[in-house]
Write a protein that binds this ligand. Structure first.
Ligand code: ZN
Length: 387
C-alpha cells in the first residue's frame, strides 16, 4: 500500500510529460499557454513537466515572432537544435546510420554507410566509433539510438536468435551492449516492424491501424499491425514468412534449410539470378542502375521472382485480412508495371472477400526511418503497444 502511494507522484509526472510531448508532436511548436490549453491540465503542472523535459533535452524553448504584434514570444518545440537521436540499420552487405531531431526531421548530411563486419565485436566497435564521431561532429547532445535489425529477434530478451543474412548478430543483445557502451537509451526493432513504424510515422499509413508490411529486400519478412498494435507472437518471432519451404531441394538458405521463400522471391534472389546469367556479381543498386540506363534487361528474372512473390502476397491477404498490404522492394524500380501485375495475380489467387477490401501498395518508408521512429516512440513513451 505504502509502495503504491510513493510511486504515484512519479507516474503522474510521467503522464504529464507524455501529455506535453503528444501536444507538440500533434501541433508542432507551441507556447506554454497553448500547451496548457491543449493538454487540458493546470499551468503549474505544465510548468513542472516542461522544466523536466527541457532538462532532459527532449524539449527546447526558443524565441519566435508573435503573429499579431510581431513581438518575440517564447515557444516550445521537440529537441532538434541542441539534441539529436540516431537511427541505425543493420543489414547485409552494408549498415547505415543517420541523425534526426526528436520531431523526425532527418539530417541527410549526417548519413553514414559502412560494410557490415563479419564478427560481432567488430560490428559493435564500428557502430560505437560511428556514433561517437557523429556526436562530436555535430556538437549535439545525443538522446538515444534506434536500431533496425534483420533476422529472428526475441523481444522478451532483446536477443538476436537467428540472423540468416547477418549471422554475426546471433545470440547477441545489441541494444543492451550499445546502451552500456555509449551510456545512451537504445531500442531495437526487427526490420519488418521498423518498416511498419516508418510507414506509420513518415509514409502512407499515418491514419491506418490495420495493415501488413511485406519486406522482400535482403530476405523476406512480414510486419503486421492489428488495431494499432504490432503483432509479435509469443516471443517476438511472428512474421517469418520468408522461411516457408517453397522449392524441394532448392538452394541453401541462411536459416540452414533449403528452398525457403526468400531464396526465390526477394531482391537478393533476383540479383543472384541476374548475376549468374551475366557472370558477374552485382548488388541490387547496381542492377537497378543498369536497368534504368538500358545497359541491362532483367525481364525473365523479374517474371520468375515475381511469380513466387505472389505466393507471399496471397498468403498475407488470406491470413491477416489487412486494410492495406504494403510491399517494400527495389523490384518496383525495375518495371513500373510490376505493381499492377502483382495486384492482378494476387486477385486471381487470393480469397475474393479478403482481397476485395485490401489495397496493395508500394511502401514509401525506409528501415532508416523505422529506426528513427522506434527511438522517438521509445523516448517519448508513446510506443505502439506490443501484442
Ligand atoms: Zn530459410
Amino acid at each position: 500500500m505504502n509502495r503504491s502511494v510513493s510511486m504515484h507522484p512519479k507516474l503522474l509526472s510521467q503522464m504529464n510529460e507524455r501529455a506535453v510531448l503528444r501536444v507538440l508532436q500533434a501541433h508542432g511548436p507551441s507556447s506554454r499557454a497553448e500547451v496548457t490549453r491543449l493538454a487540458g491540465v493546470t499551468r503549474p503542472t505544465i510548468s513542472k513537466a516542461v522544466s523536466s523535459l527541457l532538462k532532459s533535452g527532449l524539449l527546447e524553448e526558443f524565441d519566435a515572432p508573435e503573429n499579431s504584434r510581431g513581438r518575440p514570444a517564447k515557444k516550445l518545440r521537440l529537441g532538434g537544435e541542441t539534441s539529436q537521436i540516431v537511427g541505425l540499420v543493420i543489414d547485409s552487405p552494408t549498415c547505415r546510420l543517420i541523425t534526426s531531431g526528436l520531431d523526425g526531421s532527418m539530417r541527410s548530411t549526417t548519413q553514414r554507410e559502412f560494410e557490415t563486419p563479419d564478427t560481432y565485436e567488430e560490428l559493435l566497435s564500428t557502430i560505437i566509433n560511428e556514433i561517437s564521431n557523429l556526436s562530436s561532429n555535430t556538437h549535439m547532445r545525443t538522446l538515444g539510438v534506434g536500431v533496425s535489425l534483420p533476422g529472428l529477434f526475441d523481444y522478451r530478451e532483446g536477443r538476436s536468435i537467428l540472423s540468416p543474412n547477418v549471422p554475426a548478430l546471433n545470440d547477441h543483445c545489441l541494444a543492451k551492449d550499445l546502451s552500456s557502451e555509449l551510456n545512451l537509451e537504445c531500442t531495437v526493432l526487427q526490420e519488418s516492424d521498423a518498416l511498419c513504424l516508418a510507414e506509420r510515422h513518415f509514409g502512407l499509413a499515418t491514419d491506418l491501424d490495420d495493415f501488413a508490411m511485406l519486406d522482400t529486400s535482403t530476405g523476406i519478412g512480414l510486419g503486421v499491425l492489428i488495431g494499432g498494435r504490432l503483432l509479435k507472437g509469443s516471443c517476438g518471432l511472428a512474421g517469418e514468412i520468408g522461411h516457408l519451404p517453397m522449392v524441394p531441394d532448392g538452394i541453401k538458405c541462411g536459416c540452414g534449410r533449403s528452398g525457403c521463400l526468400e531464396t526465390v522471391a526477394s531482391d537478393t534472389a533476383l540479383t543472384r539470378l541476374v548475376s549468374q546469367r551475366i557472370g558477374r556479381n552485382l548488388d541490387v543498386n547496381q542492377v537497378v542502375k543498369r536497368v534504368q540506363t538500358n545497359e541491362l534487361t532483367v525481364t525473365t528474372e523479374l517474371d520468375q521472382v515475381s511469380r513466387q512473390l505472389v505466393f507471399a502476397l496471397v498468403t498475407t491477404v488470406n491470413l491477416f485480412n489487412p486494410q492495406t498490404l504494403f510491399v517494400h522492394s527495389r523490384m518496383f524500380d525495375l518495371d513500373e508495371s510490376l505493381l499492377d501485375r502483382l495486384i492482378e495475380q494476387t486477385a486471381a489467387m487470393s480469397l475474393d472477400p479478403s482481397f476485395r477490401h485490401c489495397q496493395i501498395r508500394r511502401a514509401r518508408g525506409s528501415k532508416l526511418e523505422g529506426a528513427i521512429a522506434g527511438i522517438i516512440e521509445h523516448l517519448t513513451n508513446s510506443r505502439v503497444s506490443t501484442a
